[in-house]
Design a protein around this ligand. Structure first.
Ligand code: GLU
Length: 491
């Protein structure tokens, strides 16, 4: 893959409206990266009087779930990043959920088979394994040896009639270069021969990301694909697909990855990445939007504080820098303070009640501590860690006395944290079930393991029932607290 500078300008069509989209996969907690990409898409669309589409890419049946989709909607709305078209608001080019479009993908895959641009591949798992091993031994980058690409028509027909399991693959060009112009980087090209014949339709009839993404971007009349840098390797494959269909590809803009201070890619190991964490921790949506708007982009006058409206007014990709924007929580905190202090008293009260000091949260919280108080005033001390961070902990607080071994405590807490990361139904019973299982796995007594967990999440040794407490504090904040406790055990 090669890139050249200087970057070319981003073409704005004059004969049709600008249409952009975000296409999140609903497979986990709503990620700050999704909001980042959404913000730049929306700002670009609004600057050019265009439309911002939300499409749900849920073709990974095993990992996609409705809870995650709902959380994506809620988090983006919290930030004010609403969409003009999407699964829940409709639109002219729907459905906007890929799982409701499988017939469309099948038809399109068939169209490519009929036109000679794609073919059924009958390779078994063993054959693929053998090809992989051979490619590795020969030091080749491509693994699939294209053995089913030019099968005689009658043999294909016979195998299909016999119901042989197969996928549909794209005939990648065998030579030459495939390229595109990235709006921020300029031309990017690869040798076509470096790319395997891509699978378009899986044996279960579901499309791969590549097919569904290209077909949808075309049918939804997307003019600019603005997505994260990590998709750059996919783009030449998409361009080959556009060619095979005889379609004009959209313009491509790949946004830089958000990075930690140490320049590593942001991940939940280092910084909380769930938007839900930021909402529950009391960040204001406008501060978050401002913060994300500064990731690689700047206002013409370099001012650090600006509203979404000001961003749209001055929006231009030419002021985008590719040098790895730093997701610096100190900066976010600083901005948040500015916004918070600017509110009128009435607005501040409104924000507080809309956050955790309102009837919604108190209704969940109050029953948990009711048994443990004698005055209303007692609620304050007893609920502190439900509202804000727990007190600072030391290793002594965390390591159970009976265990007395910091390394062992770290190992066990790390495993529990990983298991909890995978819990999608963050409620009392499922939480208890997975944690009890961890007692069996680790051989730790429930008292020790639950005690350590309680301290990590609340900073206290006595609390209302642990798993109800964790349910109410919520997944994102529990995860962040567990990571802080891990850092205390293994600095
Ligand atoms: N479904 C992909 C994602 O989860 C979409 C990438 C794209 O924008 O093409 O980010």
């Amino acid at each position: 893959m090669s890139t050249t500078t200087p970057p070319s300008a981003i073409p704005i069509p004059t004969d049709r409206p600008v249409r952009v989209r975000i296409a999140p996969s609903p497979t986990g907690d709503p990620h700050v990266g999704t909001a980042y990409i959404a913000l730049f898409n929306k700002a670009f669309a609004e600057k050019h009087g265009g439309r911002f589409v939300l499409r749900i890419e849920d073709t990974d049946q095993k990992r996609s779930n409705e809870a995650s989709e709902k959380a994506i909607f809620a988090s983006l709305r919290w930030l004010g990043l609403d969409w003009h078209e999407g699964p829940d608001v409709g639109g002219e080019y729907g459905p906007y959920r890929q799982s409701e479009r499988t017939a469309i993908y099948r038809e399109h895959a068939q169209q490519l088979v009929d036109s000679g641009h794609a073919y059924p591949c009958f390779a078994t798992a063993e054959e693929l394994e053998e090809m992989r091993a051979t490619a590795q031994a020969e030091g080749r980058r491509t693994a699939y040896d294209r053995r089913y690409r030019d099968l005689p028509r009658d043999e294909v027909a016979r195998r299909l009639a016999a119901g042989e399991e197969h996928v549909i693959r794209l005939k990648m060009p065998l030579e030459g270069r495939i390229g595109f112009v990235d709006g921020l980087r300029g031309p990017i090209e690869i040798d076509a021969a470096e790319v395997d014949d891509q699978i378009l339709l899986k044996s279960d009839g579901f499309p791969t990301y590549h097919l569904a993404n290209v077909v949808d971007d075309h049918l939804m009349r997307i003019t600019h694909v603005i997505r994260a840098e990590e998709w750059i390797p996919s783009t030449p494959k998409h361009v080959a697909l556009y060619d095979a269909f005889g379609w004009e590809p959209p313009a491509f803009v790949h946004m830089p990855l958000l990075r930690n201070k140490d320049k590593s890619k942001i991940s939940k190991r280092k910084n909380p990445v769930s938007l839900e964490y930021y909402r529950a921790s009391g960040y204001l949506p406008e501060a978050m939007v401002n913060f994300l708007g500064r990731m690689g982009w700047s206002m013409p006058d370099e001012s650090e504080k600006f509203t979404y409206g000001q961003m749209v007014e001055h929006f231009d990709f030419s002021r985008m820098s590719l040098s790895g924007p730093i997701f610096d929580l100190d900066k976010l905190g600083w901005l948040n303070g500015l916004y918070l202090r600017e509110l009128t008293h009435a607005e501040l009260v409104e924000r507080l009640t809309g956050w955790l000091f309102g009837a919604d949260y108190l209704t969940r919280l109050a029953p948990l501590v009711q048994e443990r108080v004698t005055t209303l005033g007692d609620f304050v001390g007893k609920t502190a860690y439900f509202l804000g961070p727990p007190r600072a902990l030391t290793a002594d607080d965390l390591v159970p006395k009976k265990v007395g071994d910091k390394d062992a405590a770290h190992r066990v807490l790390k495993d529990v944290t990983e298991v909890l990361d995978g819990v999608t139904d963050w409620r009392n019973e499922p939480l208890e079930a997975v944690c009890r299982e961890q007692c069996e796995v680790t051989g730790w007594k429930a008292r020790d393991l639950f005690g350590m967990l309680r301290t990590a999440v609340t900073g206290e040794t006595a609390t209302p029932p642990l798993f109800e407490t964790m349910e109410v504090i919520g997944k994102a904040r529990c995860q962040a607290r567990l990571r802080e406790a891990l850092a205390v055990l293994a600095p």
